[in-house]
Write a protein that binds this ligand. Sequence first.
Ligand code: BES
Ligand code: MN
Ligand code: ZN
Length: 511
Amino acid sequence: MNLPKFEFVTSIEATKSPALLLGWYQTPAQDKESSPVPLYKGKRSKEIDDLAGKIKNAKSFLGKKNEISFLRFFSFAGYSNVFLLGLGDPKKCNMEVIRQGGAALCHVQKREKIAKVAIQTDSVFAGVRPSEINTAVQAFCEGYLLAGYEYKDLKKPEVNPFVHEGLVFLGMKSAALIKAAERASALAGAVNFARSLGDRPGNVLTPTEFSRLVEKMSKERGIKCTILGRKEMEKEKMGLLLGVAQGSAEEPKLIILEHMKGKKSEKPVALVGKGLTFDSGGISLKPADRMEEMKYDMMGAATVAGVFQALADLKISRNVVGVIAATENMPGGRAQKPGDVQKSMSGKTVEIINTDAEGRLILADAMEYVQKYFQPQAMADFATLTGAVVVALGTVTTGIMGNSSALIEDVKKFSKVTDERVWELPLYEEYEEDLKSATADIRNSGNREAGSSKAGTFLKFFVNSNLPWVHFDIAGSAWHRKDINYHPTKGASGAMVRLVTHWMENWRQPK
Ligand code: BES
Ligand code: MN
Ligand code: ZN
């Protein structure tokens, strides 16, 4: 696949690009009667003044955030086509506004079939503080590349597919800007890799295929990748992961990734991912309605895979170990049944109340594996774990919870940097009562109350008590996002990949 190119040129003269992008902010309405007016904040010229006058009179383009107008065959400053991009109130301009601006341009370019666009940077970035210009260019390129993602592997190839050639940033050039664009490419590449794993249907992305693709990505980048199959899991006594897998004809895989680019003396940070390549619910079968969405039940694992791609591509000097537990949850003749008791790798026994509460089971063994063999300094897990988190928070944010306020504070802080929302849910001790079992050490499901916190409480039971840990429930945020224009409305979002990469890059030892 040819990725769009980003060029920086010092001149502001017309380039060979067929189109020019002008950014427009907005003067907020002064009172209820008046409407907001588009505001050009770049360098003025006679041509701009004429255009601004026309736009004002027409009242069809207001400069609202993400608003785009396309003027075809409109001769202007040496270009023959012009895009107008709205960026809203300049006082409210932030990196997310800029990121979504990049996405808006990407979408309309495709619609209008304009392969290359020159960016009038003094107008687009007029709302950005000079100290933030590199970050803003990164955000714009990120939005652009994220919006350009499409999963087309299984469709008949188009005869003349549209290709985004790229963008030319006018009047700015520096090593830092080139680096900003490269960072954007690495981050968007990692997010798009995670998305592409999620968008593959369950019959294509089996646990074996998942491990093959992650191994390929790792080999290309020098990441150490070890894959365990059923036999090795039996040796490790991973009774919970094997218990979930036993109803499926597909072999489960445990994928271990090692990016050890930090100090030798530094213990690694562990990232653990739930990788249900399909979750039918098992014997506690899910209803048919929207069951097809359960092909995305591996997005926690995809998040981990995406982060590793970014860690390597950005050459981040930290020690990070990833563990992906990949399996299907199927109601086969050998499937585990409600009432069964399984023994975890840690030795703790679990009564299976509901075979559809399988994510927490495989995560418990994956977390035990990484704690036993890597002695991490901290651990985070990623999982499409509960329908309850979708009910509580919707798709617009990720539920987080854990045992370390220092770690949670860091996640919240970096969430603001990459504009990927998180919302903390509690892990009160009272939730433990409902997970008590008459026959085993714990049961995998309780009553309907506080479903997401109860799932977190189950995981906490398998986390060493002195180990700082955060759980990310991405069941809402991982797919079909209609709230952000650089996410596909139908498909995986890759939520948390950018946040976690940034978190690892700026890692500080939790107190
Ligand atoms: N993968 C699901 C959670 C899920 C549901 C994610 C809907 C996204 C959308 C998980 O394995 C599951 O089935 N959880 C159960 C737990 C319950 C049985 C305690 C749930 O949320 O209903
Ligand atoms: Mn389930
Ligand atoms: Zn699941």
